[in-house]
Design a protein around this ligand. Structure first.
Ligand code: SF4
Ligand code: SF4
Length: 193
């Protein structure tokens, strides 16, 4: 097993990660892992991530694919018998990893840029196009290679009705949404000054 045992890691998560303390309530039933459409793609499903945190396995958790793969489908959160906000913890870990420089900010910033553009253009996310555009930022050949590697995940998402085969259409209130996004952008610039 890679990585060293870090006895302070669990406390670090409880103190610094969004909803991190909630995992103390986990009874390891595995319902979250069984419900997750991406469990076959994740190196560690959510239940195991929580075990690793409590076991002080910092490297495995912070370098895991799982915390970056979560698509916010909420299945885990609505099914957890202890009401643990699993999704919040998974995203919280990813944000913490970015903040600590463990997960590269460049990649996430590029992803965020593509995400924003798509929301601005059609008002929703097309689960097929977004990863493709993001992957192509690496260059044509590596982009196509990464996209092919993601195909099994895409098939799982399609089978779980998380992705359509046809392109997503613009939402009805796209003009109003754009006005709100423009306003949000302006406010963001103001806050940055
Ligand atoms: S469903 Fe809830 S209690 Fe069960 S393993 Fe997942 S987080 Fe823990
Ligand atoms: S919200 Fe994330 S961790 Fe939870 S079931 Fe969906 S993809 Fe899996």
């Amino acid at each position: 097993m890679a990585g060293n045992y870090d006895p302070s890691f669990a406390k670090e998560v409880f103190d610094n990660v969004d909803s991190g303390e909630e995992i103390k309530m986990c009874m390891q039933c595995g319902i979250c892992a069984g419900s997750c459409p991406l469990r076959h793609e994740m190196d560690y499903p959510p239940r195991q991530i929580f075990t690793l945190i409590r076991a002080g396995r910092r490297d495995e958790v912070m370098n895991s694919k799982a915390i970056k793969l979560c698509t916010s489908c909420y299945r885990c959160k609505v099914r957890c018998p202890r009401g643990i906000p699993v999704i919040d913890v998974m995203h919280g870990l990813a944000h913490y990893g970015i903040k600590k420089g463990i997960i590269p900010r460049k990649g996430t910033a590029a992803f965020g840029g593509e995400f924003w553009k798509m929301i601005y253009n059609i008002g929703r996310i097309d689960e097929k196009t977004l990863p493709l555009k993001y992957n192509l930022l690496e260059g044509l050949v590596p982009g196509i290679k990464s996209t092919i590697e993601m195909a099994p995940m895409g098939i799982q998402m399609f089978l779980h009705h998380r992705m359509k085969l046809l392109p997503e259409r613009k939402i009805k209130g796209i003009k109003e949404l754009r006005k709100m996004l423009d306003k949000a952008k302006e406010m963001g610039k103001g806050g940055a000054n």
